[in-house]
Design a binder for this molecule. Structure first.
Ligand code: AMP
Length: 299
Protein backbone atom coordinates (compact mmCIF):
# COMPACT_ATOMS: atom_id res chain seq x y z
CA UNK A 1 0.00 0.00 0.00
CA UNK A 2 1.07 3.63 -0.20
CA UNK A 3 0.09 6.71 1.76
CA UNK A 4 0.20 10.27 0.39
CA UNK A 5 -0.16 13.16 2.83
CA UNK A 6 -0.94 16.73 1.78
CA UNK A 7 -0.67 19.52 4.31
CA UNK A 8 1.23 22.48 5.64
CA UNK A 9 4.88 22.77 6.59
CA UNK A 10 5.03 25.79 8.83
CA UNK A 11 6.68 28.07 11.28
CA UNK A 12 4.57 28.17 14.45
CA UNK A 13 4.72 30.58 17.35
CA UNK A 14 3.21 28.96 20.41
CA UNK A 15 2.26 30.60 23.65
CA UNK A 16 1.37 28.57 26.72
CA UNK A 17 0.83 30.00 30.22
CA UNK A 18 4.46 29.07 30.96
CA UNK A 19 6.42 30.03 27.87
CA UNK A 20 6.40 31.52 24.36
CA UNK A 21 8.28 29.76 21.54
CA UNK A 22 8.86 31.75 18.36
CA UNK A 23 8.95 30.29 14.84
CA UNK A 24 9.37 26.62 15.64
CA UNK A 25 8.74 23.93 13.03
CA UNK A 26 5.10 22.92 12.68
CA UNK A 27 2.39 22.36 10.13
CA UNK A 28 -0.19 19.65 9.64
CA UNK A 29 2.09 17.76 7.27
CA UNK A 30 5.13 17.82 9.58
CA UNK A 31 3.26 16.15 12.44
CA UNK A 32 1.21 13.70 10.41
CA UNK A 33 4.12 12.56 8.22
CA UNK A 34 6.42 11.99 11.19
CA UNK A 35 3.75 10.08 13.12
CA UNK A 36 2.99 7.95 10.03
CA UNK A 37 6.70 7.28 9.47
CA UNK A 38 6.74 4.87 12.41
CA UNK A 39 4.39 2.56 10.47
CA UNK A 40 5.02 3.17 6.77
CA UNK A 41 6.95 5.41 4.34
CA UNK A 42 4.58 8.29 3.57
CA UNK A 43 4.91 10.53 0.52
CA UNK A 44 4.20 14.18 1.19
CA UNK A 45 2.97 17.16 -0.81
CA UNK A 46 3.59 20.65 0.58
CA UNK A 47 5.08 24.04 -0.23
CA UNK A 48 7.74 25.93 1.73
CA UNK A 49 9.39 29.32 1.33
CA UNK A 50 13.05 30.21 0.95
CA UNK A 51 13.31 30.57 4.73
CA UNK A 52 12.42 26.93 5.53
CA UNK A 53 15.39 24.92 6.88
CA UNK A 54 16.59 22.20 4.47
CA UNK A 55 17.74 20.30 7.58
CA UNK A 56 14.12 19.56 8.42
CA UNK A 57 13.54 18.06 4.98
CA UNK A 58 16.69 15.95 5.56
CA UNK A 59 15.26 14.82 8.87
CA UNK A 60 12.02 13.75 7.17
CA UNK A 61 14.07 11.80 4.61
CA UNK A 62 16.01 10.07 7.36
CA UNK A 63 12.68 8.95 8.85
CA UNK A 64 11.79 7.41 5.48
CA UNK A 65 9.42 10.17 4.35
CA UNK A 66 9.37 10.70 0.57
CA UNK A 67 9.67 14.48 0.13
CA UNK A 68 9.77 14.67 -3.67
CA UNK A 69 6.38 16.41 -3.48
CA UNK A 70 7.72 19.32 -1.39
CA UNK A 71 8.12 22.47 -3.48
CA UNK A 72 10.26 25.44 -2.47
CA UNK A 73 8.90 28.78 -3.71
CA UNK A 74 10.17 32.34 -3.56
CA UNK A 75 8.64 33.97 -0.49
CA UNK A 76 7.92 33.11 3.13
CA UNK A 77 6.79 29.80 4.61
CA UNK A 78 3.25 29.46 6.03
CA UNK A 79 3.10 30.96 9.54
CA UNK A 80 0.67 30.18 12.35
CA UNK A 81 0.46 31.53 15.88
CA UNK A 82 -1.59 29.88 18.59
CA UNK A 83 -2.20 30.54 22.26
CA UNK A 84 -3.23 28.07 24.97
CA UNK A 85 -4.87 28.90 28.27
CA UNK A 86 -4.48 26.96 31.53
CA UNK A 87 -6.76 24.35 29.98
CA UNK A 88 -4.73 22.82 27.13
CA UNK A 89 -7.96 21.91 25.30
CA UNK A 90 -8.68 25.61 24.85
CA UNK A 91 -6.68 27.16 22.04
CA UNK A 92 -7.06 30.36 20.08
CA UNK A 93 -5.47 31.20 16.75
CA UNK A 94 -3.71 34.54 17.08
CA UNK A 95 -2.52 34.81 13.49
CA UNK A 96 -2.40 32.86 10.23
CA UNK A 97 -0.20 33.98 7.32
CA UNK A 98 -0.69 31.83 4.24
CA UNK A 99 2.42 33.23 2.47
CA UNK A 100 3.59 30.71 -0.17
CA UNK A 101 0.36 28.74 0.28
CA UNK A 102 -1.52 31.66 -1.26
CA UNK A 103 -0.55 30.74 -4.84
CA UNK A 104 0.20 27.07 -4.35
CA UNK A 105 -0.92 24.84 -7.20
CA UNK A 106 -0.29 21.31 -5.99
CA UNK A 107 0.55 18.65 -8.56
CA UNK A 108 0.59 14.96 -7.80
CA UNK A 109 3.39 13.19 -9.64
CA UNK A 110 2.57 9.86 -11.28
CA UNK A 111 3.43 7.53 -8.39
CA UNK A 112 1.83 9.97 -5.91
CA UNK A 113 -1.42 9.92 -7.93
CA UNK A 114 -1.55 6.13 -7.52
CA UNK A 115 -1.81 6.46 -3.70
CA UNK A 116 -3.89 3.78 -1.98
CA UNK A 117 -4.54 6.07 0.97
CA UNK A 118 -4.74 9.84 0.56
CA UNK A 119 -4.72 12.18 3.54
CA UNK A 120 -5.89 15.71 2.83
CA UNK A 121 -4.39 17.32 5.92
CA UNK A 122 -5.51 20.70 7.15
CA UNK A 123 -5.06 23.23 4.32
CA UNK A 124 -7.36 25.39 2.20
CA UNK A 125 -10.31 23.19 1.10
CA UNK A 126 -9.92 24.38 -2.51
CA UNK A 127 -6.43 22.86 -2.52
CA UNK A 128 -7.76 19.71 -0.85
CA UNK A 129 -10.36 19.35 -3.60
CA UNK A 130 -7.78 19.93 -6.33
CA UNK A 131 -5.54 17.18 -4.92
CA UNK A 132 -8.50 14.85 -4.42
CA UNK A 133 -9.35 15.15 -8.12
CA UNK A 134 -5.79 14.21 -9.12
CA UNK A 135 -5.72 10.94 -7.17
CA UNK A 136 -6.56 8.11 -9.61
CA UNK A 137 -8.22 5.41 -7.60
CA UNK A 138 -7.53 5.68 -3.88
CA UNK A 139 -8.98 2.99 -1.61
CA UNK A 140 -9.34 5.43 1.27
CA UNK A 141 -9.42 9.23 1.39
CA UNK A 142 -9.29 11.09 4.71
CA UNK A 143 -9.36 14.78 5.56
CA UNK A 144 -8.88 17.16 8.45
CA UNK A 145 -9.69 20.85 8.80
CA UNK A 146 -9.57 23.81 11.20
CA UNK A 147 -12.07 26.51 12.21
CA UNK A 148 -10.49 29.09 9.87
CA UNK A 149 -11.78 27.15 6.85
CA UNK A 150 -15.14 26.41 8.47
CA UNK A 151 -15.61 30.16 8.89
CA UNK A 152 -14.14 31.42 5.63
CA UNK A 153 -14.76 28.60 3.11
CA UNK A 154 -17.82 26.64 4.25
CA UNK A 155 -19.01 25.66 0.76
CA UNK A 156 -15.67 24.38 -0.63
CA UNK A 157 -15.20 22.57 2.68
CA UNK A 158 -18.56 20.81 2.37
CA UNK A 159 -17.70 19.83 -1.20
CA UNK A 160 -14.52 18.10 -0.02
CA UNK A 161 -16.34 16.41 2.86
CA UNK A 162 -18.64 14.81 0.27
CA UNK A 163 -15.62 13.24 -1.44
CA UNK A 164 -13.87 11.60 1.51
CA UNK A 165 -14.26 8.35 3.45
CA UNK A 166 -12.85 9.51 6.78
CA UNK A 167 -13.37 12.93 8.31
CA UNK A 168 -11.22 14.06 11.26
CA UNK A 169 -12.17 17.12 13.30
CA UNK A 170 -12.32 18.20 16.90
CA UNK A 171 -15.64 18.23 18.74
CA UNK A 172 -16.16 21.97 18.37
CA UNK A 173 -15.51 21.81 14.60
CA UNK A 174 -17.92 18.88 14.10
CA UNK A 175 -20.66 20.82 15.90
CA UNK A 176 -19.93 23.96 13.85
CA UNK A 177 -20.08 22.20 10.48
CA UNK A 178 -23.19 20.19 11.30
CA UNK A 179 -24.83 23.15 13.06
CA UNK A 180 -25.90 21.04 16.02
CA UNK A 181 -24.82 21.21 19.67
CA UNK A 182 -25.15 17.46 20.33
CA UNK A 183 -21.97 15.71 19.28
CA UNK A 184 -23.59 12.40 18.26
CA UNK A 185 -26.29 14.13 16.22
CA UNK A 186 -23.67 16.39 14.67
CA UNK A 187 -21.50 13.36 13.84
CA UNK A 188 -24.48 11.57 12.25
CA UNK A 189 -25.22 14.64 10.13
CA UNK A 190 -21.64 14.58 8.89
CA UNK A 191 -22.00 10.90 8.00
CA UNK A 192 -25.03 11.85 5.90
CA UNK A 193 -22.84 14.32 4.00
CA UNK A 194 -20.59 11.55 2.64
CA UNK A 195 -17.86 10.09 4.87
CA UNK A 196 -18.33 6.56 6.20
CA UNK A 197 -16.31 7.33 9.33
CA UNK A 198 -16.17 10.52 11.40
CA UNK A 199 -13.33 10.71 13.91
CA UNK A 200 -13.97 13.29 16.58
CA UNK A 201 -10.81 14.35 18.40
CA UNK A 202 -11.55 15.36 21.95
CA UNK A 203 -8.12 16.44 23.19
CA UNK A 204 -7.28 15.00 26.60
CA UNK A 205 -10.65 13.18 26.53
CA UNK A 206 -9.62 10.97 23.62
CA UNK A 207 -11.45 10.28 20.40
CA UNK A 208 -14.86 9.12 19.26
CA UNK A 209 -15.13 7.11 16.03
CA UNK A 210 -18.57 7.18 14.44
CA UNK A 211 -19.55 5.05 11.46
CA UNK A 212 -23.00 4.23 10.14
CA UNK A 213 -23.02 0.93 12.02
CA UNK A 214 -19.86 1.35 14.03
CA UNK A 215 -19.06 3.33 17.12
CA UNK A 216 -15.85 3.25 19.13
CA UNK A 217 -14.71 5.48 21.96
CA UNK A 218 -11.07 5.65 22.98
CA UNK A 219 -9.56 7.53 25.88
CA UNK A 220 -6.41 9.55 25.31
CA UNK A 221 -3.19 8.04 26.62
CA UNK A 222 -2.97 9.66 30.07
CA UNK A 223 -0.23 12.31 30.16
CA UNK A 224 0.74 14.48 33.09
CA UNK A 225 3.46 16.39 31.29
CA UNK A 226 1.54 18.27 28.59
CA UNK A 227 4.01 20.85 27.28
CA UNK A 228 2.42 21.85 23.93
CA UNK A 229 -0.73 20.23 22.48
CA UNK A 230 -0.03 21.55 18.96
CA UNK A 231 0.00 18.80 16.38
CA UNK A 232 -1.79 16.21 18.51
CA UNK A 233 -4.63 15.92 16.00
CA UNK A 234 -2.30 15.67 13.02
CA UNK A 235 -0.18 13.07 14.80
CA UNK A 236 -3.30 11.06 15.58
CA UNK A 237 -4.37 11.15 11.93
CA UNK A 238 -0.87 10.35 10.63
CA UNK A 239 -0.44 7.34 12.89
CA UNK A 240 -4.01 6.16 12.24
CA UNK A 241 -3.53 6.19 8.46
CA UNK A 242 0.09 5.00 8.64
CA UNK A 243 -1.02 1.94 10.57
CA UNK A 244 -3.84 1.20 8.09
CA UNK A 245 -1.37 1.56 5.23
CA UNK A 246 0.93 -0.94 6.95
CA UNK A 247 -1.75 -3.58 7.59
CA UNK A 248 -3.46 -2.97 4.25
CA UNK A 249 -7.00 -3.71 5.46
CA UNK A 250 -9.77 -1.62 6.96
CA UNK A 251 -11.58 -4.14 9.19
CA UNK A 252 -13.22 -2.74 12.35
CA UNK A 253 -10.49 -4.40 14.42
CA UNK A 254 -7.79 -2.59 12.40
CA UNK A 255 -9.66 0.70 12.73
CA UNK A 256 -9.71 0.32 16.53
CA UNK A 257 -6.00 -0.51 16.66
CA UNK A 258 -5.21 2.38 14.29
CA UNK A 259 -7.04 4.75 16.66
CA UNK A 260 -5.05 3.41 19.61
CA UNK A 261 -1.77 4.04 17.74
CA UNK A 262 -3.11 7.50 16.89
CA UNK A 263 -3.68 8.20 20.55
CA UNK A 264 -0.22 6.89 21.46
CA UNK A 265 1.61 9.04 18.87
CA UNK A 266 -0.38 12.14 19.90
CA UNK A 267 0.71 11.52 23.49
CA UNK A 268 4.37 11.79 22.47
CA UNK A 269 3.82 14.95 20.41
CA UNK A 270 2.34 16.90 23.30
CA UNK A 271 5.22 16.13 25.65
CA UNK A 272 7.44 18.73 24.01
CA UNK A 273 7.30 21.68 21.60
CA UNK A 274 7.20 21.23 17.83
CA UNK A 275 8.18 17.72 16.69
CA UNK A 276 10.98 17.41 19.27
CA UNK A 277 9.54 14.43 21.11
CA UNK A 278 7.89 12.89 18.07
CA UNK A 279 11.21 12.49 16.23
CA UNK A 280 12.92 10.89 19.19
CA UNK A 281 10.50 8.05 19.94
CA UNK A 282 11.55 4.40 19.79
CA UNK A 283 9.41 1.53 18.56
CA UNK A 284 9.67 -0.03 22.02
CA UNK A 285 8.18 3.11 23.62
CA UNK A 286 5.33 3.09 21.10
CA UNK A 287 4.51 -0.56 21.80
CA UNK A 288 4.77 0.00 25.55
CA UNK A 289 2.17 2.79 25.46
CA UNK A 290 -0.03 0.81 23.05
CA UNK A 291 -0.12 -2.11 25.52
CA UNK A 292 -0.69 0.23 28.48
CA UNK A 293 -3.62 1.84 26.65
CA UNK A 294 -5.05 -1.57 25.81
CA UNK A 295 -5.00 -2.53 29.50
CA UNK A 296 -6.59 0.78 30.46
CA UNK A 297 -9.61 0.38 28.22
CA UNK A 298 -10.20 -3.40 28.53
CA UNK A 299 -12.81 -4.62 30.96
P1 AMP B 1 -3.34 20.50 15.35
O1 AMP B 1 -2.81 20.96 16.69
O2 AMP B 1 -3.18 19.03 15.12
O3 AMP B 1 -4.72 20.99 15.07
O4 AMP B 1 -2.42 21.17 14.21
C1 AMP B 1 -1.66 22.32 14.43
C2 AMP B 1 -0.83 22.63 13.19
O5 AMP B 1 -1.70 23.04 12.13
C3 AMP B 1 0.14 23.77 13.43
O6 AMP B 1 1.47 23.29 13.39
C4 AMP B 1 -0.14 24.79 12.32
O7 AMP B 1 1.01 25.20 11.63
C5 AMP B 1 -1.09 24.07 11.37
N1 AMP B 1 -2.17 24.97 10.93
C6 AMP B 1 -2.90 25.82 11.69
N2 AMP B 1 -3.79 26.49 10.93
C7 AMP B 1 -3.63 26.06 9.66
C8 AMP B 1 -4.26 26.38 8.40
N3 AMP B 1 -5.23 27.28 8.33
N4 AMP B 1 -3.83 25.72 7.29
C9 AMP B 1 -2.84 24.80 7.37
N5 AMP B 1 -2.21 24.46 8.52
C10 AMP B 1 -2.59 25.07 9.65
Amino acid sequence: MSLVIVGSLAFDTIETPQVRKERIIGGSCAFSALAASYFTSPRIVAVVGEDFPPEFIDLLNRRGVDTRGVIREAGKTFYWEGRYGEDPNQRSTVRTELNVFQDFQPRLGRDYAEADILFLGNIDPDLQEDIRSQARNPQLVAMDTINLWINTKPEPLKRVIRQVDVFFANDEEVKMIAAHHNLITAGRRLLEMGPSLVIVKKGEHGALLLGREFIFGLMAYPCEAVVDPTGAGDSFAGAFLGFLDKVGTFHPEDIRKAAAYGSVMASFTIEDFSVDRLVAVSSAEIEERFEALRKLVAF
